[in-house]
Ligand binder design. Structure first.
Ligand code: SF4
Length: 210
């Protein structure tokens, strides 16, 4: 169990799963670059949270709900939590996370959503078997089953993210396809730094050989 003073932002898991260096830049070095895409995402979240709670028959909707897990050491917010009335009269939570773009090839969004479900399970002491990601670009809702594999992956990423933030060390950049959609591309400079490192190691090899 984590101490309440040692909780990290739930969104850090999404950043870590996308790129550990991006996670360290944001959560260790406090680098944040607002660009058109991040501004659109932020405004989308603000609109969702402002819509308020509602109740329709067998569905209750809570927006901007605060979440916490001492087991995983996480704190954050769910955009939307739908509660669906079950046949036995109990209510089952179903988190929905809004994303500006389109579904990603990696698991980072699913991990963030699953982390919300694990927080809800701890807070409500009730199972949360599924949720959904809503993508603004495709206007589609992608249902996500919180199966054992995703739960284990999410718990592992939570531990790795804590380790990274506690160590306070930013990993070196490795240029990859994901960099093209990274909001911190200009601050990170993966191509420039990688090139500089390979020149330095080439010079070192040459000096070692002489
Ligand atoms: S530009 Fe690439 S290496 Fe740098 S933080 Fe973004 S994804 Fe990671």
């Amino acid at each position: 169990m984590y101490h309440p003073d040692d909780l990290i932002q739930l969104s850090a898991l999404q950043h870590y799963a996308f790129c550990p260096r991006q996670c360290a830049l944001i959560h260790v070095e406090q680098v944040w670059a607002e660009n058109r895409l991040t501004a659109e995402g932020r405004i989308m979240h603000e609109h969702v949270h402002e819509e308020g709670d509602e109740s329709r028959g067998n569905v209750r909707i809570e927006r901007g709900m605060s979440l916490r897990s001492l087991r995983l050491g996480l704190i954050g917010k769910a955009d939307v939590v739908e509660y669906n009335r079950q046949t036995d009269g109990t209510w089952q939570a179903f988190p929905v996370e809004y994303k500006r773009g389109k579904p990603k090839l990696d698991h980072s969004d699913k991990i963030q959503l699953c982390a919300q479900a694990l927080c809800l399970e701890e807070m409500l002491n009730a199972p949360v078997p599924a949720g959904a990601l809503f993508y603004g670009k495709t206007r589609r809702r992608l249902d996500v089953d919180f199966n054992e594999a995703l739960r284990l992956e999410t718990q592992k990423v939570a531990t790795l993210t804590h380790d990274l933030i506690e160590a306070g060390l930013t990993p070196k950049p490795i240029y990859a396809k994901r960099c093209e959609s990274c909001s911190l591309m200009a601050e990170c400079m993966p191509k420039t730094i990688q090139k500089k490192r390979s020149v330095e190691s080439y010079l070192k090899r040459m000096l070692d050989e002489t």
